[in-house]
Design a binder for this molecule. Sequence first.
Ligand code: FAQ
Length: 314
Amino acid sequence: MDETALQRDFDATIDADDRIEPRDWMPDAYRQTLIRQIAQHAHSEIIGMQPEGNWITRAPSLKRKAILMAKVQDEAGHGLYLYSAAETLGVSRDELLDKLHTGRQRYSSIFNYPTITWADMGAIGWLVDGAAIMNQVPLCRCSYGPYARAMIRICKEESFHQRQGFELLLTLSNGTAEQKAMAQDAVNRWWWPSLMMFGPPDSESTHSEQSMRWGIKRFSNDELRQRFVDASVPQAEILGLTLPDPQLRFNSETGHYEYGDIDWSEFKRILAGDGPCNAQRMAHRVKAHTDGAWVREAAAAYADKRAAREEGAA
Ligand code: FAQ
């Protein structure tokens, strides 16, 4: 088939809301957009282990430690499914990691903030995982099959993460005055960065229009951000905590909560590499990769040995 016919088939698959699979022809721009987004998503999961990993040794009880360890391991698992999904597009994991380590691919802005108290574990679960779910549930219907399928399991796990964060904050909020103040302080610090996770406003989102046409994104950044605000306000009331936005108010005509201005200059600073923890996150990630070289070499040597043994036996 010539390129025009291939493009016609591709367009028909997208229009019919069917899935594109790895062996199907796809336009190069579609492939590159998916590689960018899936890689950025995978990197976010892996870098996202750091802020919470910081508290594993300091969790206040064995139960909380076990929960936090399981959550951080889940994030590693998500990273692995997502790297595998990206590999189906013809890139290698080494290539993707190299791009992360040399600043040629991004990870989510949210993971450049520090986790300074135990309550941050609750705020991350409730708000960061909550925002992640809001953004990722529609990705279960993404037009690219391997990404959509990976998202199904990821969303189930994120849903558990969100509930554990909510429960942690609820416990603190119903605890001593000091514990409640710690929960409130964490929510104050994580609320605005969580809103930024959805990406720039639609008017400045370079990729949204095309990604929505391709069925990669199903909703715009602002639509998902609004859904998140609408879902979070009643949850904050149940928690007995406030959200740090004096302009937050319910508009009975639209049925949505209106919120104050997001500080997009802070978002841009973080994307440019100048957030509170950008340098620390990258240095830690590169060191972990370098320190783990012997594990990768040993695994490869073992696989070679096994393959040679199996070949000999055959
Ligand atoms: N951070 O044109 P758009 C998680 C960049 S997983 C950094 O709107 P797009 C789980 C964007 O890349 C969190 N950069 O872009 C967890 C583009 O840059 P470029 C990650 C951002 O792709 C929880 C430029 O701005 N989730 O949290 C951000 O259409 C707890 C223009 O933006 C995903 O990755 C940002 N927040 O929409 C783990 C979900 N936003 O390449 C551990 C999948 C935008 O032109 C603990 N990704 N940029 O230089 C998506 O849905 C989309 O990629 C968006 C951005 C919505 C993030």
